[in-house]
Design a protein around this ligand. Structure first.
Ligand code: TTP
Ligand code: MG
Length: 428
């Protein structure tokens, strides 16, 4: 986060308890079609039309978000602008205005802080609020959520959906059930009455491979997962499986870590100045991969995950540009971070822009995941894959401890260098 933004944010923050606290009641608030809603707010001519944020169709780059109108055409975040253009040729395509969304995000978080002693921003447009001690003051969680939603709508002209549950995961599922501009309050004594019929894929962190393991076990719905005997769960999915089952039954409390208590802006990153300025995308990507590898190695060592990727480029004329993206889930996975770095690079640089003197990448908003979320963020429930990758990374880290950093390089990076014909240019 830029220092001035952080300062503005901290100015809004009332001094509060320093220790992360466990809470029995969590609200998850997530803005609706966030970037697109801000664009619609600022240009009423867009309202009611399919709005796609990211850039012009046919250009390199991806959709960052689409409003609900555009989603009817099958457009979603991450889709290439070329494909979006084919699916919805009459859509309104707007470029991404990152600074504007960051400012709205700061204002939204400031509203949340008026309503909770402990607010944990989870990405640019979502936060967890500890509401155990304050919901009753507003007449219970339902009224409480309505009050916050009204204030956000009236003050900022955009809408937010809210879910309330006994922990972060259940609250996050709930916030998605009545989107856009809705709310869902899970009954604390029986969360399964609402969550039970949903597919296990609705659980944040459960991806295709965990779904496959669960499906093998005859488990498709959240209720079937919750009803599965602990032993069976432990056998198939280890401690993650056991935690998953308990969380979904509402048996595990969450820790809410306010921004000011995160290690946050002590981001971890690396940069490299080329011996000769570089104008080849593959060479830049190969170097990016190595830098990501180094940064994530430090993150793994110190057990950090982060939610912000920042790419820095300096041109041969010493013009420096940085570009950043909030991630959806905290991660230290080099492949995810590299992919985001790559798309940032593609958004701000073209070969015809000239040569690059320096490239850097860092991961910000660092924190150590709380106990209950360990393994639940990102795709950690992709256990077979995650365990394999974790095993692989720790073996690689050990070899590097012994033989030095360059004993092993990512094959992808080597391949890109070969393609670029510049394998020599990055020798250390
Ligand atoms: P989301 O909360 O996932 O999406 P959303 O707010 O657009 O829509 P909704 O919550 O109603 O489903 O993401 C928040 C913002 O983050 C989104 O508006 C744009 C940005 N974003 C990206 O830049 N890239 C991505 O791949 C995604 C998923 C989101
Ligand atoms: Mg959102």
């Amino acid at each position: 986060m830029r220092p001035e933004l952080r300062q503005r944010l901290q100015d809004e923050v009332v001094p509060r308890e320093r220790k992360p606290q466990k809470t029995k009641l969590v609200a998850h608030a997530d803005m609706d079609a966030f970037f697109a809603s801000v664009e619609e707010r600022d240009n009423p001519a867009l309202r009611g039309k399919p709005v796609i944020v990211g850039g012009q169709p046919g250009t390199r780059g991806v959709v960052t978000t689409a409003n609900y109108e555009a989603r009817k055409y099958g457009i979603h975040a991450g889709m290439s602008l070329t494909k979006a253009g084919l699916l919805c040729p009459n859509g309104i395509y707007v470029r991404t205005h990152g600074g504007k969304y960051s400012w709205v995000s700061i204002q939204v978080m400031a509203i949340f802080r008026k309503y909770s002693p402990s607010v944990e921003p989870a990405s640019i447009d979502e936060a967890y609020l500890d509401i155990a001690s304050c919901a009753d003051r507003w007449g219970g969680p339902g009224r409480y959520a309505e009050t916050i939603r009204r204030e956000v709508r009236q003050t900022l002209g955009v809408t937010v959906s809210i879910g309330v549950g006994p922990n972060k995961i259940t609250a996050k599922i709930a916030s998605g059930l009545n989107k856009p501009d809705g709310q869902t309050i899970l009954p604390l004594d029986n969360v399964l009455s609402v969550l039970g019929p949903l597919s296990v894929r609705e659980i944040p962190g459960v991806g295709a491979s965990t779904e496959e393991v669960l499906s093998d076990m005859g488990i498709h719905t959240i209720r079937e997962l919750a009803d599965c005997p602990v032993r069976v769960m432990q056998n198939r999915l280890g401690k993650y499986g056991e935690a998953l089952r308990r969380i979904i039954r509402g048996e595990i409390e969450s820790e809410i870590t306010p921004l000011e208590e995160r290690v946050d802006d002590k981001s971890m990153g690396h940069e490299h100045t080329f011996h000769e300025d570089v104008q080849n995308r593959d060479t830049l990507l190969a170097r990016l991969l190595q830098l990501v590898d180094k940064a994530t190695r430090r993150m793994r060592r110190d057990k950090y995950v982060g939610t912000l990727v920042i790419l820095k480029l300096r041109s041969s004329q010493f013009r420096t540009r940085t570009h950043q993206r909030q991630l959806h889930h905290p991660t230290s996975d080099p492949f995810t971070i590299f992919r985001v770095g790559q798309s940032l690079l593609d958004e701000i640089w073209r070969e015809e822009d000239g040569s690059v003197r320096l490239i850097g990448v860092s991961v910000g908003h660092l924190f150590r995941p709380g106990e209950e979320c360990q393994g639940l963020q990102e795709d950690m429930f992709e256990t077979p894959k995650a365990e394999r990758l974790n095993g692989l990374f720790s073996a690689v880290d050990r070899l590097r401890d012994i033989y030095g950093e360059h004993v092993l390089e990512f094959a992808g990076g080597m391949e890109m260098l070969r393609r670029a014909g510049s394998i020599e240019s990055v020798k250390h």
